[in-house]
Design a protein. Structure first.
Lengths: 111, 120
C-alpha cells in the first residue's frame, strides 16, 4: 500500500480536462510544498511534469497544472491529447524517516 | 545535456548482494545542492524511493531498506553505486537512478532503468 492515495484510473475524451488527485497526510502533502508529478509511458522512465506543487519545468506544456488543498494535491490536464495517455505518479517529501513517498499511480486513458 | 545510465546484473540469486552503478554526465555531484536518488519499480507496480546521496556525502535511506541498502559515490568518475544485500524475490524491479535537487525533493532527470530479477 502506497503512502499517497491516487485513483487507479481516470479517463477523458480528446479536448476535455481531467484531474488526478493525490491524498496524503499532514506529515507530507499537507505540510510541505514539495509535491511533484511524473508521467510514465509503458516501458519508459518517468518524466517530471510538475515540481513544488505548481511549477512546470521547461518544455512541459501549459496544459499541465498542479495545485494543492489541505492534504490533497491535484494534477489537471486540459485539452487532452492522445499522447497524454500514460501512468501518472505523485510524490511528496515527508517529514519522517521515510523522506520521500510516491502515490500508487493513476492510469489515464484518452478515449 | 544531463544523462544518467544504470548498469549492473540482470539477475541475482536470493541472499546475494546486488550492486548497481549509475553513471551520469552533464552535472557534477560536487555542486552544492545536488543529489542522486535510487528509485525502483516492481513489474506492474508503483515507484518506490530507495535512498539518496548528496553533494556533501550526506545520505538518506528508505526506512524499510535501511539495514540492507548502501549508496556511495565516486565524484571523480561521476558515478553513484547502490549496494543491496541479502536480496529476495520481492526485490525484483526496474531500478532507476535520478538527479534530485536536495532541498526540493523532485527528480528532474532519470536514467532509462535496469531490470533486475532475483531468482535462482
Amino acid at each position: 500500500q502506497s503512502a499517497l492515495t491516487q485513483p487507479a484510473s481516470v479517463s477523458g475524451s480528446p479536448g476535455q480536462s481531467i484531474t488526478i488527485s493525490c491524498t496524503g497526510t499532514s506529515s507530507d502533502v499537507g505540510t510541505y510544498n514539495l509535491v511533484s508529478w511524473y508521467q510514465q509511458h509503458p516501458g519508459k522512465a518517468p518524466k517530471l511534469m510538475i515540481n513544488e506543487v505548481t511549477k512546470r519545468p521547461s518544455g512541459i506544456s501549459n496544459r499541465f497544472s498542479g495545485s494543492k488543498s489541505g492534504n490533497t494535491a491535484s494534477l489537471t490536464i486540459s485539452g487532452l491529447q492522445a499522447e497524454d495517455e500514460a501512468d501518472y505518479y505523485c510524490c511528496s517529501y515527508t517529514g519522517t524517516s521515510t523522506y520521500v513517498v510516491f502515490g500508487g499511480g493513476t492510469r489515464l486513458t484518452v478515449l | 545535456q544531463v544523462t544518467l545510465r544504470e548498469s549492473g546484473p540482470a539477475q541475482v540469486e536470493p541472499k546475494q548482494t546486488l550492486r548497481l552503478t549509475c553513471s551520469f554526465s552533464g552535472f557534477s555531484l560536487s555542486t552544492s545542492g545536488m543529489s542522486v536518488s535510487w528509485i525502483r519499480q516492481p513489474p506492474g507496480k508503483a515507484l518506490e524511493w530507495l535512498g539518496r546521496i548528496d553533494w556533501d556525502d550526506d545520505k538518506n535511506y528508505n526506512t524499510s531498506l535501511r539495514t540492507r541498502l548502501t549508496i556511495s559515490k565516486d565524484t571523480s568518475r561521476n558515478q553513484v553505486v547502490l549496494t543491496l544485500t541479502n536480496v529476495d524475490p520481492v526485490d525484483t524491479a526496474t531500478y532507476y537512478c535520478a538527479r534530485m535537487w536536495a532541498a526540493w525533493y523532485y527528480f528532474d532527470y532519470w536514467g532509462q532503468g535496469t531490470l533486475v530479477t532475483v531468482s535462482s
